[in-house]
Write a protein that binds this ligand. Structure first.
Ligand code: ADP
Ligand code: MG
Length: 681
């Protein structure tokens, strides 16, 4: 029996009714296995006795006491019980238990009775007091389960209390005589893991914190190992496709550019071609700061695929960006005879049908669109490369569903918000990364200014100077329209306000509620220099490419995450002009907000920003809602377990290299585990 194979619902446990079941569901617990996998968030060490007066820095006492007397104090007549430590022969020090909202304890804490006491104490008016305490009637013949042990502290929800969860977890544990190990013996020995049976018991009821740590390491290793194995296994079959040098189409495109590729672009292309020519499916992340030339690399990679007779799907996160890419593709590639199509949810049925037909017949080489590209009705003749722009916006689910199209298409993902290495390794196991660190020559780093509430005037002045030089600007606000009772600045209000600040300077407002055509028209006008500044929400966040725009103003910058701030800042500094980013903040910043702004002020490096983001927010949040569930490990920690993640990856590789079918006796456990977990093989 594996820890994860107990499918009985928690309601089969005595004492778990509807209310408890729904509270459990809120914690993601439905089955017995889920309950076992509900990892304690902390532990209370009640294994050693700490007498009253001997408490350390944590102010905890853990002892036996006898009640001396009861009194009531204050206008509300709150019960106060004086107890004395009886773990000390002849009696120890006194402690006052203040029973706020617990006056019912007067019938329990009767003078003369003895109790186990676990309490947080403090000194007030010269006496030791506690208002946070737990008492259990003392019985010398049968110490209570909560005494003399390390107790798990679980995350709570709804009606659940610690006692209930502890009872239920232990009920499940007692039903299984022995859980099976989940890893081959060689690995268990190599990393000195404990048996999985001990591990799951020790994680809930540790005999010592050292054993708890070993238990966690064991369970985390299993978890991470299978993530790696599943990811790597999906990608190691296939056939070689040959040729790795640039083809004719590629050379013609490169020759037509008014500039040379940067060294990093060349290198990324070599890596991509080599992946495309190898036996396994390419699964590559192309990362590099906004404007470093990733998209161009992607088009060249597309030509490589087309030259080999395949089709390419290029997926952008929004319709707006898909359109921009389609326009650029047309400019760059149509002259080479490449057949390009555009498909998003808004393409109507009469145009859609022939388009899908042509795609199916192989008469389209590149199709550019949003995730509509991966709906069921879209069929390819030979899809060989999928390019995903700004991949952090796509959930893992979407990623898996698009891999179903075609026979093992290569995948190239582009991102300017690099995934920290830990996350990339853990979740994508098999992901290879190409990095572009050099910017095209002549680019100046964007200067970032933090603007407090009193410096707004100065900021408007310096942007006015840029307008007089013929340059352009973006003003970004968190909201489209004002809401009563807030002083959050919004697009609509500020659009009017800025007209007064900059009389005679052309502007437009743009936000998600405008229809697609209007947005496209406004952005085209902005790109053509017909509009001097845009007042917008974060719709300008990704991908807009206007080299003449030199100012980015982000108001209420404290409300934006680091990834969004970095993306927004990346809209400027896209030519040889000096650009500025103004981060306008409000008063009363939280510590996290301060930390974010400080990072933005100090660095332009997207990699540093991504790592800081992970530090400040923690891995659970970093990847957005769609993926956070997937990224949340039960036992492992994406930051502190990096060495373990790398070790597990190496082992998974070694096992697949020597025993790809997992047929050896040693690996039987892996085969059995994959079978029960339903991991696709
Ligand atoms: P990214 O996708 O990384 O944001 P793009 O590929 O959109 O970057 O490139 C940004 C701008 O830089 C585009 O206008 C592009 O034509 C230009 N560009 C790309 N590579 C180079 C290069 N090697 N030298 C000069 N300009 C380049
Ligand atoms: Mg881009």
């Amino acid at each position: 029996m594996f820890i994860g194979s107990l499918n009985e619902p928690v309601t089969n446990l005595t004492g778990v009714g509807k209310a408890a079941a729904s509270s459990y569901a809120a914690l993601g617990v439905r089955t017995f296995s889920d309950l076992l996998e509900l990892t304690p968030r902390a532990y209370e060490d009640r294994s050693t006795m700490i007498r009253i007066g001997e408490q350390g820095e944590d102010n905890l006492v853990n002892t036996f006491v006898t009640v001396k007397s009861q009194t009531f104090f204050g206008a509300k007549r709150i019960l106060k019980v004086i107890v004395t430590d009886t773990a000390v022969p002849g009696g120890g020090r006194n402690l006052s238990l203040l029973c706020f909202n617990r006056n019912f304890l007067k019938d329990v804490l009767r003078p003369g009775r003895s109790f186990y006491l676990y309490a947080t104490v403090g000194t007030s008016f010269g006496e030791l007091q506690s208002s946070q305490f737990e008492v259990i009637p003392f019985r010398a013949d049968m110490p209570p389960a909560e005494f003399g042990r390390i107790l798990p502290v679980y995350p709570l929800s709804g009606t659940l209390g610690q006692k209930t969860i502890r009872r239920d977890v232990n009920a499940v544990l007692s039903r299984v005589k022995c859980f099976d190990d989940e890893l081959p013996r060689s690995i268990m020995e190599k990393y000195r893991l404990m048996s999985f049976d001990s591990a799951i018991r020790q994680i809930h009821n540790p005999d010592s914190m050292a054993l708890q740590a070993k238990a966690r390491r064991t369970l985390a290793f299993g978890e991470i190992f299978y993530l790696q194995l599943a990811a790597r296994r999906r990608n190691t079959t296939g056939t070689a496709r040959g040729e790795t040098s640039a083809c004719d189409l590629e050379r013609r495109l490169i020759a037509s550019l008014p500039f040379c590729l940067t060294r990093d672009q060349e290198k990324a292309l070599e890596e991509i071609r080599s992946d495309m020519g190898s036996d396994s499916r390419m699964n590559r992340l192309l990362q590099g700061d906004v404007g470093c030339g990733k998209t161009l690399v992607a088009w060249i990679a597309a030509l490589h695929a087309i030259d080999r007779g395949g089709q390419v799907a290029f997926m952008a996160p929004t319709e707006l960006l898909a359109r921009q890419h389609a326009r650029n593709a047309a400019l760059l590639l149509e002259k080479l005879g490449v057949r390009i199509a555009f498909l998003t949810g808004s393409v109507n049925a009469s145009r859609r049908k022939p388009l899908l037909e042509a795609l199916r017949k192989g008469e389209i080489d590149i199709i550019i669109g949003t995730h509509a590209l991966f709906s069921k009705s879209v069929e390819f003749s030979d899809l060989s490369l999928i390019i995903i722009d700004e991949q952090h916006r796509f959930g893992v689910q979407q990623r898996l569903s698009l891999m179903e199209k075609g026979t093992m298409p290569d995948i190239l993902m582009m991102t300017a918000t690099p995934i920290p290495r830990t996350l990339a390794l853990t979740v994508f196991g098999d992901l290879n990364v190409s990095t572009i660190t050099t910017m095209p020559p002549g680019r100046l780093p964007v200067k970032t200014r933090l603007v407090g509430p009193d410096r707004r005037g100065e900021m408007y002045n310096s942007i006015g100077v840029e307008f007089r030089r013929g340059h352009q600007a973006y003003f970004v606000y968190p909201r489209i329209e004002g809401e009563p009772d807030t002083d959050i600045r919004d697009v609509v209000t500020m659009y009017d306000y800025l007209k007064q600040v900059y009389p005679g300077v052309t502007s437009e407002l743009i936000h998600s509620r405008l229809d697609e055509e209007t947005k496209v028209r406004i952005l085209n006008d902005f790109a053509a220099g017909k509009i001097s500044y845009l007042v917008s929400t974060s719709v300008v966040e990704v991908g807009i490419d206007v080299g003449n725009a030199t100012c980015m103003v982000i108001e209420h910058a404290e409300r934006f995450g680091l990834a969004a701030l970095h993306q927004l800042r990346g809209r400027v500094g896209r030519s040889s002009l000096q650009s500025w980013c103004f981060l306008v903040f409000s008063e009363n910043l939280t510590d996290d907000a301060k930390a974010r702004l400080k990072v933005m002020k100090e660095t332009n490096d997207g990699f540093v920003i991504a790592e800081k983001d992970l530090e400040i927010r923690g891995p659970g949040e970093i990847t957005g809602n769609a993926q956070s569930g997937f990224f949340r490990l039960k036992y492992g920690n994406l930051v502190s377990d990096l060495p373990m993640i790398e070790a597990a990856r190496t082992d998974a590789d070694a096992i697949l290299a020597t025993d790809p079918g997992l047929i050896s006796a040693e690996n039987a456990v892996i085969r059995r585990y994959l079978g029960t977990a339903g991991v696709p093989s």
